[in-house]
Design a protein around this ligand. Structure first.
Ligand code: 8YV
Length: 314
């Protein structure tokens, strides 16, 4: 039996690749040397695209595949998929929400703990034998009793808020709208919230609307004792201003899992001692990536059977 053609834009976790091979004739875009040639050779055949949150699917790819029906993306953020182009072409889009909430929330806490207790630096201190030669590591800070402002109290933001409360932090939030049923104080203005908090936790989706929302003014308001955490998208933060303020001691610290031009992280940022940096791996555990991959496959299979999509965004 002929298996429908699927274009895989980015490398997939092995279990996902194996499951897709069972039901689809998979073409690996990322392996093709001449990508334009691959697209034109497949133009009349490809009905499915599987991709990842970072690679997404451009308007050019959508336009090159007139038979395309569905783009299934691994990741909750789908800012790299051109949803407008997909909608205009009648192409459905799915993401992988919810299954990563706990993991990303846990990773956010890991970053915050690492930053304020200076875990990476303390680890280095011991490895380098400095404990024995220089004595105790300098005193650090703690989360308890501090106030955290969450930018984006969505599904992941709420899980972060629960965990911050367990650390006996005060939680407030900013977002497009006040959420009446949430117990946390709402700030309609981000800069005002930044001035009122010790930590600004960025977990809003990447979009044209949130591009650069964490501006120089917001980070100045957060101030020399304030700390910035970003587990969302690099696009939300003015990275240049952030580096400048950190270097000048006008922003207290930053814990970052995402960057403006991944995987390139500016040397000036890597050189700073007041930051903790991780390589966009908020959801990168075996358990969570397996659940995300299973949801990508479930969406594709649902479409094949003519069933409703599990997690459509368009
Ligand atoms: C992944 C993510 O790194 O879910 C998201 O939006 O950014 C991450 O979970 C990525 O999408 C995996 O392809």
């Amino acid at each position: 039996m002929h298996k429908p053609d699927l274009l895989m834009i980015a490398p997939a976790p092995p279990a996902m690749a194996q499951a897709l091979d069972e039901d689809f004739t998979v073409h690996r875009y990322f392996e093709a040397e001449d990508k334009a040639a691959l697209l034109s050779a497949l133009a009349d055949r490809v009905r499915y695209v599987a991709t990842g949150g970072s690679h997404g699917c451009s308007a050019e790819i959508i336009a090159a595949l007139p038979k395309l029906e569905l783009v299934a993306s691994l990741g909750v953020g789908y800012d790299a998929v051109d949803v407008t182009a997909a909608r205009a072409a009648g192409v459905r889009v799915t993401n992988t929400p919810d299954v990563l909430n706990d993991c990303v929330a846990e990773m956010t806490l890991a970053l915050m703990l690492a930053l304020c207790h200076r875990v990476p630096q303390a680890d280095r201190y011991v490895r380098e034998g400095r404990w024995a030669s220089e004595g105790h590591f300098p005193l650090t800070d703690e989360l308890t009793g501090r106030r955290a402002g969450i930018l984006g109290l969505g599904r992941i933001g709420k899980e972060i808020a629960r965990r911050l409360q367990a650390f006996r932090m005060e939680v407030v939030y900013h977002g497009r709208n006040r959420q009446e049923h949430e117990p946390y104080p709402y700030y309609a203005d981000l800069e005002t919230m930044a001035r009122a908090v010790d930590w600004l936790v960025v977990v809003a989706p990447g979009s044209a609307e949130t591009q650069g929302i964490v501006s120089r003014a917001v980070m100045e308001a957060l101030g020399e004792k304030g700390r910035l955490v970003n587990v969302a998208r690099g696009s939300l933060v003015d990275e240049e201003a952030m580096i400048e303020l950190l270097a000048a001691g006008r922003l207290g610290g930053a814990a970052l899992d995402v960057f403006a031009r991944e995987p390139d992280v500016p040397e000036a940022l890597r050189a700073l001692d007041t930051v903790v940096l991780t390589p966009h791996h908020g959801s990168a555990t075996h358990k969570t990536r397996a659940a995300m991959a299973a949801l990508v496959v479930a969406n594709l299979r649902a479409h094949l059977r003519g069933d409703p999509l599990k997690s459509p965004v368009a």
